[in-house]
Design a protein. Structure first.
Length: 675
């Protein structure tokens, strides 16, 4: 069927030379993927399940339509939800087309560029973009009476509520009613949040400031109310492509519809079963309702999973068996593997001991640390995992230190630079960046791009804006690439879009999955979040839960997550340890930790060895572009310094030394230890 589809398409239109190039582009696509790429329908709605190759489908569809002159590249807009996804899509298009004139970016970055352009066209007073709400909140708080004040500790929560409201175009005066109706769970009374929301908007207006949500709302209002801007916008872009459409919120949907106007050249890709951001304003019903808005739209489902084994896919399918979207179960294309493993523990200390043991066992079976991830429902669960892994000398990847607004601000600054002509002086660009953007939370947020610009001018004083953007994009790509030396420890939300051969999910209990308290809607989203976590695994999936867990220094009895029973028929149960086995396992973990005590002052040989190792680690980490602790953890350095291996084989068996580091630097490490 795939061969016939491809042949029919190619035979109808192209010369032999073009046919060969396009055939290569389409080669390897399955029937549903090929149908998605070649479809003439508009809008086109692609329901792309986990591991179904959606990015390739989206990229290939854009590239094919551009390469065959079906659409003009500069008239195309491709929208993603993260800078990383934008970079990946942009790089793939460039690799296929040899160049890329398609506008690729997030909703916020594209909206900023378009809004700046509109303000210049209408000769409106330019605005300044803020990256954090903190400074404005501090100004609001000063003159307020005590009963209207909010503690700075709650700023983040209030900021999230304002973002939720603006994502749904809810004004301050309507917030309280809408929040109560939606059963928003907040530490502050909704009336107080509404008051602060109104004061925040007033302060911004007075100072001519805009936050990131204003960019989308402001551009929508201009397109709706100004014919010139509306006509220019719809002339500039004719063909639209949106990734992760299940995460679109109402204000983003409104902007997309304003861009589209009477046109229908729209392709959206997403999976309602992976909709996990409704708490932040996203509404998966927008994707499901698109076919009702456009009765002529074609809906295609990608059901082949190329990522996970049949056993993992079968177990994960149980979590979407009540699928209200009627998308259907995924089907694995891989050969058989092992069934997911459920680990029932008496308490969280045993859960952690079991986790450590399994990570080490997986490494012995060929899954190096870099091929494993530990996922948790909340950030609060992570510190003790990180601490214990480090104490055992197990290397860890970098944790993402970028705050949401920092990432958005970099997006906004890059989008602002793209509005300048290539001949615009770089020195003037520096001034414009510092004057147009105000970081109300942390001055380093603005300086990320400015410092890079200063560095680039030293390297190339006569450089252009386009050459700086190319250099900066590659720099960001290098800095943000995932480290591949240690175990990834992260939350389920942050794991979305990623994958590992082995995934360990901890805390699969009521209270975490689902997280308390919950409404009916959030209960469904928690179920989808568990589905996302399980589908990150390629080859092995381990699920852990504990009967007893400490909550606020009190031991509480826990029950397994209700969804664990759905998976159990498709999984194996790890043997429940006897009391003596449990005590022995915990003792072995504690004894291993004691071996990693700091080096004594009088142990001069060990202190010399660790000094040599630290110098080597610092130089190596700089070459690799990672933190020193990612190369070798502090705990492993102490272990090597106190108990130096006699030969290369002993070094290979050191706990905490990754296979990659051993293979590339093993002899170097031995040399440093013998000096």
């Amino acid at each position: 069927m795939q061969t016939r589809l491809r042949a029919t398409y190619l035979k109808a239109k192209f010369s032999p030379m073009v046919t060969v190039a396009i055939d290569s582009l389409l080669n390897g696509l399955d029937e549903e993927q090929l149908t998605s790429v070649l479809s003439k329908s508009s809008p086109l709605i692609v329901i792309a399940g986990a591991g179904s190759g959606k990015t390739r489908v989206l990229t290939t569809r854009i590239a094919l339509r551009v390469a065959t002159d079906e659409v003009e590249a500069k008239k195309c807009m491709a929208i993603t939800f993260t800078r990383k996804a934008s970079q990946e899509l942009n790089n793939r298009l460039y690799a296929i087309l040899g160049k890329n004139s398609v506008s690729v970016g997030t909703f916020h970055s594209i909206a900023l560029a378009e809004l700046k352009r509109a303000y210049r066209e209408l000769r409106l007073k330019d605005f300044t973009v803020i990256g954090s709400k903190t400074a404005i909140f501090n100004e609001i708080r000063k003159p307020l009476k005590r009963n209207l004040q909010i503690s700075p500790a709650l700023y983040k929560e209030v900021a999230q509520e304002i973002e939720w409201a603006k994502a749904r175009s809810i004004a301050p005066e309507s917030y309280s009613e809408e929040a109560n109706w939606s059963k928003r769970s907040t530490s502050c009374p909704t009336e107080l949040v509404a008051t602060w929301y109104g004061l925040y908007e007033q302060a911004k207006t007075k100072a001519n400031l805009k936050d990131f949500d204003d960019l989308i709302l402001g551009l929508s209002e201009l397109i709706e109310n100004n014919r010139l801007i509306r006509d220019q916008s719809r002339w500039r872009y004719k063909s639209f492509y949106v990734d992760e459409f299940q995460d679109v919120n109402p204000s983003q949907y409104r902007l997309l519809m304003n861009w589209l106007g009477d046109g229908t050249d729209l392709c959206v890709v997403g999976d309602p079963n992976q909709a996990i951001y409704s708490w932040n304003g996203a509404d998966p019903k927008l994707m499901l309702g698109l076919s009702r808005t456009y009765p002529g739209a074609q809906v295609i489902s990608l059901k082949n999973n190329y990522r996970s084994t049949p056993e993992i896919v079968s177990a994960s399918n149980q979590l979407i068996r009540s699928d209200e979207h009627n998308i259907g179960s995924m089907v694995s294309t891989r050969s058989n593997g092992v069934v997911p493993n459920i680990h029932e523990c008496q308490h969280e200390a045993e859960e952690l001991a079991e986790l450590i043991e399994n990570i080490m066992e997986m490494r012995k079976r060929g899954y190096d640390y870099s091929k494993q991830a530990v996922l948790a429902r909340t950030n609060a669960q992570l510190p003790q995992v990180v601490e214990l892994l480090d104490s055992q000398g197990i290397p860890l990847n970098n944790k993402d230190d970028y705050r949401k607004e920092t990432s958005q601000l970099i997006d906004a600054q890059v989008a602002f630079i793209r509005t300048k002509v290539d001949s615009f002086p770089l020195q003037s660009l520096r001034y414009d960046l510092t004057s147009q953007f105000v970081s109300t939370g942390n001055q380093s947020e603005v300086s990320d791009v400015v410092i890079a610009l200063d560095e680039y001018q030293k390297l190339d004083p006569d450089g252009s804006i386009s050459s700086f953007l190319t250099w900066f994009t590659s720099l960001q790509s290098r800095q943000n690439r995932p480290n591949s030396l240690g175990v990834e420890v992260t939350t389920m939300h942050k794991a979305k879009g990623l994958e590992w051969p082995v995934v360990h999910v901890i805390g699969v209990e009521e209270g975490y999955l689902p997280l308390r308290p919950f409404s009916y809607e959030s209960h469904d989203e928690e179920q989808r979040l568990f589905y996302v976590a399980c589908t990150r695994a390629n080859a092995e999936l381990h699920l852990y839960w504990a009967h007893q867990r400490m909550e606020k220094n009190v031991s509480k009895t826990r029950k397994p997550s209700p969804w664990l029973s759905w998976i159990e028929p498709q999984a194996s149960q790890a043997p429940v340890l006897s009391n003596s086995e449990r005590v022995e396992k915990l003792r072995s973990i504690l004894q291993a930790s004691k071996k990693l005590d700091p080096i004594a002052q009088d142990d001069k040989p060990a202190r010399h060895r660790i000094k040599q190792l630290r110098t080597w680690r610092l130089e190596t980490s700089a070459d690799l572009g990672v933190r020193p602790e990612v190369v070798i953890s502090d705990a492993t350095l102490v272990l090597l310094a106190k108990y130096p291996p006699a030969d290369i084989q002993e070094l290979r068996n050191v706990v905490g030394l990754s296979e990659k580091i051993f293979a590339q630097y093993g002899n170097e490490i031995l040399s440093k230890l013998s000096n």
